[in-house]
Design a protein around this ligand. Structure first.
Ligand SMILES: NC(=O)c1ccc[n+]([C@@H]2O[C@H](COP(=O)([O-])OP(=O)(O)OC[C@H]3O[C@@H](n4cnc5c(N)ncnc54)[C@H](O)[C@@H]3O)[C@@H](O)[C@H]2O)c1
Length: 255
């Protein structure tokens, strides 16, 4: 039980990495607020966690709206008495798969920045405010991407993830005197989540083969791969690890 007695907020808990990680956090003893713009999906995540004997509460939350993020974090404190972990995991893909930089409209750019970068900024901000109210300590985990570590063509999406990485490092440095840690996981291609559905690729055999072939280890990345890294980074086993951008990528960025 690596997270016994901890309270965690998982943003984007209705699907993919967020759903599997919320379940894993609960299995490790955490009480979990499952936050998502998809209110029914967040409730279903709670049902799944409770059916397995865990403790959870749902929060409808659009991470691009400050009042929603503040309310999701306040819910953790109201329901479970304190806040220990915030996982800022929400990210949306490029609206048209394969779109080049010049094919992005200003509306595409603003939407990607609002959800992927502002959402993480807000999650970090309200986590730090609550951690400081409690007297310090606390862990932030953000979901970046290999697309923020190396260029692969998803220019604006990659730009938002590069921003997430730099925010993570800055929060780690600012938070360190208060005992606050901040890290990021940086996944490579996960064809099993809803994320790739925009391109009609999610779950297809073609996607699994194509994405897997991009990784030196030869397999696609799974939400479970990310959840295991997440459990470790938010647990006390990583008590002296902060400011790290951990690729979960089958060797992709080492190439
Ligand atoms: N799937 C991949 O190939 C891949 C690769 C690298 C990084 N990532 C990153 O991993 C993270 C998780 O992605 P996933 O693959 O699990 O995707 P997913 O689409 O399965 O899950 C994303 C969740 O976020 C929720 N969401 C979307 N917009 C929201 C908003 N404004 N406010 C609150 N919730 C919102 C969705 O309802 C969904 O439940 C994202 O940050 C994504 O950028 C994904």
């Amino acid at each position: 039980m690596l997270l016994d007695g901890r309270t965690a907020v998982v943003m984007g808990a209705a699907s993919g990495v967020g759903l599997v990680t919320a379940r894993r956090f609960a299995e490790e003893g955490a009480r979990v607020v499952c936050a998502d713009i998809d209110a029914a999906g967040a409730k279903e995540a709670v049902r799944v966690i409770e059916a397995a004997g865990g403790t959870a509460a749902a929060a409808e939350c659009d991470v691009s709206r400050e009042e929603d993020v503040a309310a999701a974090i306040a819910k953790a404190v109201e329901r479970f008495g304190r806040l220990d972990v915030v996982f800022n995991n929400v990210g949306i893909p490029t609206p048209r798969l394969g779109a080049s930089l010049e094919e992005h409209t200003v509306e595409d750019f603003d939407r990607l920045v609002a959800v992927n970068l502002r959402g993480v900024f807000l999650g970090c901000k309200h986590a730090v405010l609550q951690f400081k109210r409690q007297g310090g300590g606390g862990v932030i985990l953000n979901t970046g991407s290999v697309a923020g570590l190396v260029a692969w063509g998803g220019s604006v999406y990659g730009g938002t993830k590069g921003g997430v990485h730099q925010l993570t490092r800055a929060v780690a440095i600012e938070g360190a005197p208060f005992g606050i840690r901040a890290n990021a996981i940086c996944p490579a291609g996960m064809p099993f989540t809803n994320f790739m559905a925009a391109g009609g690729l999610a779950g297809s055999e073609e996607a699994v083969a194509r994405v897997g072939a991009n990784h030196p280890l030869g397999r696609p990345i799974t939400a479970e791969d990310c959840a295991e890294a997440a459990v470790y980074l938010v647990s006390d086993r990583a008590a002296n690890i902060s400011g790290v951008l951990l690729p979960v990528d089958g060797g992709y960025v080492a190439r």
